[in-house]
Design a protein around this ligand. Structure first.
Ligand code: ZN
Length: 98
């Protein structure tokens, strides 16, 4: 619990809230893919995840490996937990087939 509160604080320091869309726009590191990224440390160890994944983990729950986080607002840099949705593949082969 403490580590997720700390992670929330770290995320809040690196976002700017857009008053029109209420998107939390990531101001931190950006990966080549255009998504925000962040180093986190949790039960699964120390690793780099997308900023959206970090926010999802901090505000919602553990994110199993391989599960993607999608922005429902369409803003790739948004990390507002209310705008994030985990995408669980229906079939175990879905990832491979893409
Ligand atoms: Zn958003």
């Amino acid at each position: 619990m403490h580590s997720s509160l700390r992670l929330r604080g770290l995320i809040r320091l690196q976002v700017q809230i857009n008053p029109d869309t209420s998107c939390w726009e990531w101001q931190g590191q950006i990966a080549n893919s255009g998504h925000g990224r962040m180093m986190i440390s949790d039960a699964q160890g120390r690793r780099t995840v997308s900023a959206a994944q970090a926010s999802f983990i901090a505000h919602h729950e553990e994110l199993p490996p391989g599960v993607r986080v999608r922005q429902t607002c369409g803003n790739r840099l948004c990390v507002n937990p209310d705008h994030l949705q985990a995408e669980y593949d229906q079939s175990p082969q879905a990832e491979v087939l893409q």
